[in-house]
Design a protein around this ligand. Structure first.
Ligand code: PXP
Length: 240
């Protein structure tokens, strides 16, 4: 199975917003990702709109044929926006206003009652729902109870592990990806992935998609987005 690469373009919007104008435009980034063989665009509309803004969503959707994966908090406001825009996929993430990035997985186990109607509404609208969870049995079982067709495993603990503990984090990801597939759930992974650490994750055969953002956009400053996406793609392919 070919491993898909979803490119998170949030931080193109972060740079744009630093000056309050319209450059650099995340739409242009989406078009470049499409031109160099990326498989999808990921964008996180945060409550505080610190990077992607409401009007970006329709512009991104209109600009390429790539599927849009909308990362969103489990709030009524975001559900309404998702239902209006009908992205290909919606990845439900935990969101804390003061955090710099999505620091951990969603507590799908602890929030079943809040998440259940949200997952149903999105699914009923034909949106592929994914839950961004830690690679833990308890959270995967909760995703199964919620009827989510996809989970995205948070790779932050793997990405930030030292050399001694990275193998254990990787084993955990591999075991959870296998368990997901066994239970009919498509496993994705993302957060903190770089040229240096992507290959052991990409080699996990059950994973269907990686979503990578901050590092790629950072590298794009030095080598261009085309080159950065191509290099990540090559590393992923070589790992399979
Ligand atoms: N997947 C999800 C669900 C995310 O929220 C993020 C951003 O935190 C990513 C993937 C991409 O992570 P990064 O920007 O560290 O590559």
């Amino acid at each position: 199975m070919r491993l898909r690469l979803g490119v998170n373009i949030d931080h193109v919007a972060t740079v744009r917003n630093a000056r309050g104008g319209d450059h650099p435009d995340p739409v242009r980034a989406a078009q470049i990702v499409a031109a160099v063989g990326g498989d999808g665009i990921t964008a996180h509309l945060r409550e505080d709109r610190r990077h992607i803004r409401d009007e970006d969503l329709a512009r991104i959707q209109a600009s390429t044929n790539l599927p849009l994966n909308l990362e969103m908090a489990a709030t009524d406001e975001m559900v309404e926006i998702a239902l209006r825009h009908r992205p290909h996929a919606a990845c439900i993430v935990p969101e804390r206003r003061e955090e710099r990035t999505t620091e951990g997985g969603l507590d799908a186990a602890g929030q079943h009652n809040r998440l259940a109607p949200i997952v149903s509404r999105l699914r009923d609208a034909g949106i592929r729902v994914s839950l961004f969870i830690a690679p833990e049995v308890r959270q995967l079982e909760a995703a199964m109870r919620l009827g989510a067709p996809v989970v995205e495993f948070h790779t932050g603990e793997y990405a930030h592990a030292d050399a001694a503990s990275a193998p254990a984090q990787l084993t955990r990801l591999a075991e959870m990806a296998a368990l997901a597939v066994k239970n009919g759930i498509e496993p994705h992974a993302g957060h903190g992935l770089t040229y240096e650490n992507v290959q052991p994750v990409a080699a996990i055969p059950q994973l269907a998609e990686l979503n990578i953002g901050h590092y790629l956009i950072g590298e794009a400053i030095f080598t261009g987005l085309e080159h950065a996406v191509r290099r990540m793609r090559d590393l992923m392919d070589a790992a399979r």
